[in-house]
Design a protein around this ligand. Structure first.
Ligand SMILES: [Zn+2]
Ligand SMILES: [Zn+2]
Ligand SMILES: [Zn+2]
Ligand SMILES: [Zn+2]
Ligand SMILES: [Zn+2]
Length: 329
């Protein structure tokens, strides 16, 4: 989110020195202590003050360093500051370059704030959306035009054994929701580059595509034989993201394998329910929050709108009834 800092710059009005020569009149009183003024005094805004009263009580002082303010100063929350005190001690600091933030800044979901202009020189982590930088993420790495931060690095899925375990775990959870007839073993192949995944999937305008399921079969008459599935998923995805993508793909398998002919415009939306299921099972994670938010504002006709239609149905009816009636949508 883009924000703007607002603060006031004002110029201090200094008093003027006079020497009270009307000793006899004794009519000149200090506005501060209300006693008579004899000798040197200072006026400001048509009021007169003893020199000491003025210095101790009237003259503007910096609320940070407590020293007198002359010239331009900043007002923030009714406190007054020298411009340099304000800049160095009061203004919030950028979490990327550590310098004060004086105007446009970004606040990310993790609570980091930084100058807006860093966004043009540093990439965002594709998993957590943090700006990849020394101070925010201890750096990161890139793979085939994708950027992953070093915080997410410890959570990415690239290992065959991990993938097997995640697949079994998910298959079991989905079975419990009522999705039966999902093969026990489906090869999951990791792909480094998004372009490569687009090429394999042949899905046009698939900007956010992270996974794809290939379905092969032969037919004898009307009967399908030798059915097999291959799931392709981007490598180096954060575990949560990986599980969500895998769940989406397993839902495709569920539809294929059970010959469920859901309306075409609702297929991706239905499969996204698998991703939502995964993110919902980790509600404390900011990554879940980010990904769910983007699913709910996605305006793609299938991945976005189709998803919201299916999600409303799921919320109304629950998994069992939804699965039983899929063909009717
Ligand atoms: Zn006085
Ligand atoms: Zn100061
Ligand atoms: Zn900065
Ligand atoms: Zn990250
Ligand atoms: Zn899909």
């Amino acid at each position: 989110m883009l924000n703007h800092k607002r603060y006031l710059v004002v110029t201090a009005i200094s008093g003027f020195f006079f020497l009270n020569t009307f000793l006899i009149s004794a009519s000149l009183k200090c506005q501060f202590c209300k006693k008579n003024i004899n000798g040197r005094y200072i006026t400001q805004n048509k009021s007169a003050y003893h020199e000491q009263c003025y210095k101790d009580h009237i003259q503007l002082r910096c609320d940070h360093c407590k020293k007198v303010i002359n010239g331009k100063y900043n007002i923030n929350d009714k406190e007054n500051y020298h411009q340099h005190c304000y800049r160095d001690f009061i203004l919030e600091k950028c979490d990327v370059c550590l310098n004060p933030i004086e105007n446009e800044y970004v606040k990310d979901v993790w609570g980091n704030i930084y100058h807006n202009y860093h966004r043009s020189s540093m990439p965002l982590c594709e998993s957590c959306n943090r700006l990849i930088s020394k101070n925010l993420t201890d750096g990161g790495y890139s793979i085939k035009n994708r950027s992953i931060c070093n915080i997410c690095r410890n959570h990415v899925i690239n290992d065959k054994e991990d993938i097997q375990k995640i697949f079994y775990g998910l298959r079991k959870e989905l079975l419990e929701l009522g999705m039966s007839n999902i093969p026990k073993n489906i090869p999951v192949i990791l792909i480094d580059s998004k372009e490569e995944l687009y090429r394999i999937s042949n899905i046009p305008a698939s900007d956010g595509l992270q996974g794809y399921t290939k379905y092969n079969y032969q037919t004898i008459g009307r009967k399908k034989i030798n059915e097999n599935f291959t799931i392709y998923i981007l490598s180096n995805l954060h575990r949560l993201n990986f599980r969500a993508v895998l769940a989406h793909e397993i839902l495709h398998v569920y539809l294929f394998n059970n010959d469920i002919s859901l309306k075409k415009s609702l297929i991706e939306g239905f499969c996204n329910l698998g991703s939502k299921f995964v993110y919902n099972s980790a509600p404390e994670s900011k990554i879940s929050e980010l990904k769910l938010e983007s699913m709910f504002i996605n305006n793609h006709p299938e991945y976005g709108r189709g998803f919201r239609i299916m999600d409303a149905e799921l919320e109304r009816k629950g998994w069992a009834v939804l699965l039983k009636n899929l063909e009717n949508y």
